[in-house]
Design a protein. Structure first.
Length: 494
């Protein structure tokens, strides 16, 4: 089951003042955080008893449960995501692009998410430079990553690499010395920025070790933005279209209301005051599931299999048959459905618009197939009648564009890293949360969430004990397990 919590938004208004500021991100946050701390203190004293919803059904995990306070973004089921009140087209209009580019940068989205304010170009550039200056990996992490077998899943490698970066955690060091709760955020911010800065070098190193062993990686260019550098480190620095696509892609994935499986995991782990590296590593492992971060790889695999079986120049009827074949074989249609959305994902629409604006993508057979599938799949899924949302999510197209531009390798390092800028959401929560109200609230609520899970785990253990006891009485283990499983499935259905 896909746990997807809902968020109680603290603020829906867009804060998009633009003036000729040249503040660093830390200075901008220094202005925002005291007021936020006061806002949270007031909220707690005045509304801590407020009832925000009923829990209807726990069989589906935490689906739909309002369980966290969040304000960086709000996900409306019909309209999709807004970042501090700004829709995707509005962000595309106001967030600064990289020099020579048109797409909003990851840094400008990060700035917006964390401060609630659109950065000036100077601020965005300054943040790019700060990240580039912090971007090199410690030697021991390079050695660690180089020691992994090529066959180890890149997401497992990425998670371990990120966890190892906690060796230099400023938060952990400060905590050991003893600091006030109200100061947690400065050390957390330092870790979060160091982590974001190092992700390109880490992910690119893993990518090269697995797919392009022995190829030399360029040095980080201090004049480039984060994604410009990432693209170059991967070996695609001269592919301007891919780099621009990545900027858009990563900015769009900056946050999704903070309650998806990976973001929720980082909040849960962060609420114990584990440092950002550990919280983020945990989030990556949640992201590594095929129903979440790996879905775009599943989509690519599925669309290519469709292409191999029925070709590219196909009719709606042929796609319909292929969709039914997938559904009848008991599989999900990857890239369709969502835990919250009930319409086509505006991130999918934004990526489709990117495709429509580029002649090379308009002519791409696989992108053409994605488009045609979108014309047919909602009708088929409605007829199938199971999914609450028969429309595409962002993954329905994202991996296919990468494939067109030459990033053809399947395993999830690509997706994993691209999703990494969900970390703006994470440090935001940790920054505000750790000091001190939201973290405590999140911990309590999460613990409540976990009681359900722990309870289920206990039941599973009891079940297994029963099965083993029966086996000792001469009852074959497999058939005992299948008896019990069938009973359980019947029980859940009923
Ligand atoms: C970036 C992201 O992470 S976006 C999500 C990416 N994931 C995918 O695209 C994978 C395909 N989609 C899915 O598996 C689901 O729609 C999820 C995981 C995204 C959401 O799951 P849920 O919240 O459980 O969705 P929902 O409440 O609509 O599910 C109801 C039923 O419809 C099924 N269903 C949901 N989506 C689909 C689909 N695309 N194809 C077939 N069946 C589906 C579910 O498996 C569930 O079946 P069950 O009752 O037998 O368990
Ligand atoms: O929000 C979710 O449930 C999944 C998703 O689309 C994302 O994480 O971007």
């Amino acid at each position: 089951m896909f746990a997807r919590t809902r968020i109680l938004s603290a603020s829906r208004s867009a804060v998009s003042r633009r003036y000729a500021s040249t503040k660093s991100l830390k200075e901008a946050l220094q202005e925002v955080i005291p007021a936020k701390q006061e806002q949270l203190r007031k909220l707690k004293t005045e509304h801590s008893q407020a009832v925000v919803g009923d829990v209807e059904n726990i069989i589906g995990g935490m689906r739909g449960l309002k369980a966290m306070l969040w304000e960086a973004s709000v996900l409306d089921p019909n309209e999709g995501i807004r970042f501090h009140g700004l829709s995707i087209p509005e962000c595309q209009k106001v967030l600064p692009a990289a020099p020579g580019g048109k797409e909003m940068t990851a840094e400008s989205m990060l700035w917006l998410l964390m401060t609630g304010r659109v950065p000036t170009e100077a601020e965005s550039r300054q943040l790019s430079r700060e990240l580039a200056e912090k971007g090199d990996l410690p030697k021991f992490v390079e050695q660690l990553v180089d020691s992994f077998p090529q066959t180890l899943h890149p997401m497992a490698q990425l998670g371990m690499g990120v966890a190892a970066l906690n060796h230099d955690s400023a938060f952990q060091a400060a905590y050991e010395k003893g600091i006030k709760k109200s100061e947690y955020w400065t050390h957390t911010l330092e870790d979060a920025l160091n982590l974001i800065a190092r992700l390109p070098a880490l992910a690119a190193r893993i990518y090269r070790n697995v797919y392009k062993p022995g190829t030399p990686m360029p040095a980080i260019n201090k004049d480039l933005d984060l994604i410009g550098n990432y693209s170059a480190l991967l070996g695609f620095g001269d592919n301007h279209s891919l780099t621009e696509y990545l900027r858009l892609y990563i900015a769009l994935h900056g946050d999704h209301e903070g309650g998806n499986a990976s973001a929720h995991t980082s909040h849960l782990v962060g609420s114990t005051l584990a440092d950002p590296y550990l919280s983020y590593a945990a989030a990556l492992f949640a992201l590594a599931g095929p129903l979440h971060g790996l879905a775009n790889q599943e989509v690519l695999r599925w669309q290519l299999a469709m292409q191999a079986e029925i070709g590219s120049d196909v009719s709606h009827e042929q796609i319909k048959e292929y969709l039914w074949k997938t559904l009848k074989s008991g599989q999900v249609v990857p890239g369709y459905g969502h835990g919250v959305l009930r319409q086509a994902d505006p991130r999918f629409i934004a990526l489709q618009e990117f495709c429509d604006s580029r002649p090379e993508l308009q002519q791409s057979p696989v992108i053409g197939l994605v488009k045609k599938t979108y014309e047919v799949a909602p009708g088929v899924l409605k007829e199938h009648g199971k999914t609450k949302n028969p429309y595409p999510n962002v993954d329905a197209t994202s991996g296919c564009v990468l494939h067109h531009y030459g990033l053809k390798e399947f395993k999830a390092i690509l997706h994993g890293h691209f999703r990494c800028l969900e970390s703006p959401g994470m440090p935001h929560a940790v920054c505000l949360g750790s000091s001190p109200w939201v973290a405590v609230g999140a911990a309590k609520i999460s613990v409540n969430g976990c009681i359900g899970k722990a309870h289920q785990i206990t039941r599973v253990v009891q079940l297994i004990h029963r099965v083993i006891r029966r086996e000792l009485n001469g009852y074959p283990f497999q058939s005992a397990l299948s008896d019990v499983t069938q009973k359980k499935q019947r029980y859940l259905r009923e």
